[in-house]
Ligand binder design. Structure first.
Ligand SMILES: [Zn+2]
Length: 347
């Protein structure tokens, strides 16, 4: 085993104020801030006010996670003028910043403005390839992670509920990983699986507090995301945090582009199905999603039972990573029954 972890993690109310000291702590003096137009409008002036006196600053606004477009953007950035990259925003700016920082071998600082999935502290980047297919790259974990709970508390509830979906889904991603260890002899560090389990437990055990979106609830959600990110760093892949429920979500993206829900919403619905297939307490996962206000049925992610069943059949073909779906090899009729029984309706 060999892995890297963030040097500095700050999770707290107003923790963005600590950015200057954190940047100095990791040896940065000139900073490229990658964000999007909305977040720049909301937070740009504040961050600029904090950093402008002591740091050389540049901003890049991104609106896509299309890899070829980002590769072009990468060539246009005058990298000699920057010694680190901040990703400021929701999932996309953080992913794009992580990718650009990795490509240019600069330290990356993650400043998420919502917790809609587990990427803000992980080494994984989710992009779209040339043909629009999802692409997951293992890069470098952030050098520093700064989660300002005041900022996150202003994120749309739907994004945060999606984060709950992505994190509770570690119950089934770990079940898939353990299945692969047992039946395929796959080598996965036990500590990475424990971290992913702990991420899910934080959300499951505290769902009342988390779903009331109090400062403590958001802190718990952020801590869960941090542990999930660490799990992937330790494993050297997304394995502990991405199993059959993620394959289901990827299949939905592929079969019904632009139609499904948010990543964490789809993964949450997928986790209910996967838990059922693993013989786990799938109703409990459904209950967690319901309390967070996340979709608990395929209708909530814009699909009919038949469409979701098709995605479930397609899912194991997308990746040669052994999961319960590979073991069972569901046919269309079985998939229909499973989807109808678990996520056919909200009940
Ligand atoms: Zn995910």
């Amino acid at each position: 085993m060999e892995f890297r972890l963030p040097w500095i993690v700050a999770i707290g109310s107003g923790s963005v104020e600590g950015l200057p000291e954190i940047l100095r702590g990791i040896g940065c003096s000139s900073v490229l801030i990658v964000t999007d137009a909305t977040i720049r409008g909301l937070l740009g002036p504040r961050v600029e006010g904090l950093l402008a006196g002591s740091f050389k600053l540049g901003f890049v606004e991104v609106s896509t996670n299309h890899q070829p477009t980002l590769d072009k953007l990468h060539v246009e950035i005058p990298w000699a003028g920057y010694d680190c990259v901040i990703g400021l925003g929701g999932g996309r700016p953080v992913d794009v910043a992580k990718y650009l920082a990795h490509k240019s071998s600069k330290p990356f600082v993650s400043v998420p403005t919502s917790i809609s999935h587990d990427g803000f502290a992980s080494p994984i980047v989710a992009l779209k390839d040339d043909s629009g297919n999802p692409l997951s790259l293992f890069t470098t974990p952030p050098r520093a992670v700064v989660v300002d709970l005041q900022v996150v508390s202003k994120a749309p509830r739907r994004l945060l509920a999606s984060g709950v979906g992505d994190l509770v889904a570690k119950v089934t991603s770990v079940a898939d990983a353990r299945l692969a260890v047992r039946e395929r002899g796959e080598e996965i560090p036990e500590s990475s699986l424990r971290l992913a389990e702990a991420a899910a437990s934080i959300v499951v055990d505290n769902i009342g507090e988390v779903s009331s979106w109090t400062e403590r609830g958001l802190r718990l959600l952020a801590e869960a995301g941090l542990l999930a990110g660490m799990a992937m760093s330790v494993a050297g892949s997304s394995r502990p945090c991405s199993g059959s429920e993620h394959l289901f979500s990827h299949a939905v993206d592929k079969l019904y582009p632009g139609r499904g829900g948010l990543h964490g919403e789809q993964v949450g619905v997928g986790a209910v199905i996967s838990a059922y297939l693993h013989g786990l307490d799938w109703r409990r996962i459904k209950g967690i999603l319901r309390r967070a206000g996340a979709p608990t049925a395929v209708s909530g992610i814009g699909l009919s039972v038949e469409e979701a069943a098709r995605a479930l059949v397609e899912a194991p073909r997308l990746r040669d990573r052994y999961t319960i779906l590979h073991k069972l090899g569901l046919g269309e009729r079985e998939a229909l029954e499973v989807v109808a029984a678990t996520v056919g309706s909200e009940e």
